[in-house]
Design a protein around this ligand. Sequence first.
Ligand code: NAG
Ligand code: NAG
Ligand code: NAG
Ligand code: NAG
Length: 665
Amino acid sequence: MSELLLACVLLSWIVTCQSGPWRPCTDLLPLDLLSRVLPVSGRAQDGIRMVQSRGARGFQFSGSPQLFSFPASQLFINCNFFPAEFSVVVTLKIPQMPPEKSEYIFTLLEGDSEEPLLGLRLSQNKFHFLQKGHGSRKRITFKAVGLDDNRWHTVVLAVTGRYTILTVDCGTPLELVLERSFPDNLDTTGSTFFIASRRRWNGLFSGLMRQLVLLPGSDATSQICPSSEPQLSALSVPQALLHLPIKPSSTDLPLHPYEAEVRVTAGVSPPCGHSEEGQLWFNTLKRGLFLCDGIVWLTMLQVKEKLDYVEDHQDLFTNSETFDIEVFHIPSVGLFMATANRDSNLGSGIYKWTDGRFERYQNISTYDAKAWQYFTVGKKKFLVVANCRSKDAGDQEQSVIYKWSSRKLKFIHYQTLITHSARDWEAFSIQDETFLAVANHRQGERNHNIDSVIYKWNPVAQFFEVNQTIPTTGAYDWEFFTIGPYYFLAVANTFNGRSTVIDSTIYIWLGGMFQTYQSITTFGAIDWEMFQIENRVFLAVANSQMLTEEGKILYSINSTIYELSMTSQTFIKFQEIETNSALDWEYFTVGDDRFLVVANSYDGNSYSLNSVIYRWQGFEGFIPVHRLSTNGCRDWEYFNTTDGSYLIYSSARAALSKVLKLRTI
Ligand SMILES: *[C@@H]1O[C@H](CO)[C@@H](O)[C@H](O)[C@H]1NC(C)=O
Ligand SMILES: *[C@@H]1O[C@H](CO)[C@@H](O)[C@H](O)[C@H]1NC(C)=O
Ligand SMILES: *[C@@H]1O[C@H](CO)[C@@H](O)[C@H](O)[C@H]1NC(C)=O
Ligand SMILES: *[C@@H]1O[C@H](CO)[C@@H](O)[C@H](O)[C@H]1NC(C)=O
């Protein structure tokens, strides 16, 4: 693209040169917009301060937007037209934005108008290029840009003809086409640049800005990319931000008067906001030193927690035996848990975490429920249940989606979907679209070789619709995961009607559908668990039983952890672990340590068995560290609250689940 841009610039240069003496309206050098609104070197100024965060410095704006503006005529020296081709480079760091909020990086405003001639705006996960068209304002929106994650990012927006090209951190360029070419006669007479705002307080940029440069006539990408540090790649960064921190000696005056003072507080969780920025907190409880960056306490030094032992926290009596537990958090409401219970007369329960324990919250009618899945679509919150029986004998089996009503503070019926002995739901999103996959286990009494179904949310109809069907054999579990830009979905196939020694399959999303990526022989596979350790990718399978065609049956068999090999691009065996009819794997971390816990359910004689917690020990793989006595263990879930980390397990044999607390040192 940059070659094209360069060609265009050269071409317009030649064309204009031929038709008479031509001079561009501005310098063709990078124009550092940020430097123009900074205080004269070394002098303090209200409303702007320098903040160091994640190893780099930027400016934070809190003062009147007027302070950070300058007339366009400062830049447009030869004539008043905004360049028809240009790029803007911005380096920023901004925390996640709420859905309704938007903030300006800069705007160019005509006279007293509040409609930008041109501007850049950010909103949740989106980047907008604003442009005043003939009579109407045009907005080009780049979606799923992932800029509001409180990390540094460098963005180049290049405009040439009908193309707008966005490059984030020297990654793959995103290109959008304008309805009409960007005008070559955008008049800037009497207009003003506002940095970090649109003249008003509303929409003031709240993050840190390190670089803001306008490059007339060309695409800056070729000048700053590739880069060894693409998040901080620089075309022109204000001098003040480049200084390395210098230790003040007694005779030196502070070099950066607008840097925050250092104050240390002790105590329990002091507030961290604008006014505490730069303040230190010595947390005696967590044994750590934290720095407030204006929003959250960043860890400077901390003794890492280590798992010491596991202790009984709560006996949770459920409506009946529980096959699955789903723990989820509803923002500003609280922590919840849904249990999938066997008994159709008593239904399933929803529990809320209250005063350090789960308490009954709501009952929902279910029919031999096997699993729950919580998910969101935009602001809507849903729970879907896998019902494995019909309401009345002879009726069709249906699974049900419930929606959280923020008025009633309960889940209410939303949509039913026909399923066949449904065992699991998996919700996931691909490029802003939401999908739901059901594992259909069996149709009628015998047929295990049936289709499982992937549904997609229709944002117009506001319902889920079939998107793809996939042939499965006694499907029990779906696991969705992403690796870099790729999306995967793995199915655990349990039984083909004769044997449990069958293939389970991993699919990859290609060309708008899931296609087979790899098949792996499993033994009555019930669960897949994907996890990452640094940049290594693992998939663990829970093998429940080996039933051969000859009718031999074994429960004490190996479950296997596979690792993605970067050379062969396939999952290969990493470690085998002896399990007793394993039904679930759960991965979790405590401090720097990584763990896997397995649900051992049956060894051929007894259901009272130990489930085991394994700790990652690098080259040695996972090593058993804790044995926990369980009864018909079906599911493990990890969760944490402000006062610690917990594990909960359910039993497929008794109406009793247990919450365990992870004690740390
Ligand atoms: C839910 O059902 C259980 C068992 O039938 C009952 O004990 C409990 O009171 C019910 N809870 C609510 C919130 O309705
Ligand atoms: C499934 O969804 C994808 C992504 O939106 C779409 O490209 C594809 O056409 C859909 N397939 C069907 C059969 O609707
Ligand atoms: C199960 O795994 C162990 C290693 O943990 C191995 O020695 C054994 O041969 C495996 N058993 C089978 C049947 O593959
Ligand atoms: C709490 O759990 C979430 C995932 O469940 C994890 O990302 C986060 O790091 C945990 N927090 C602590 C303090 O362990």
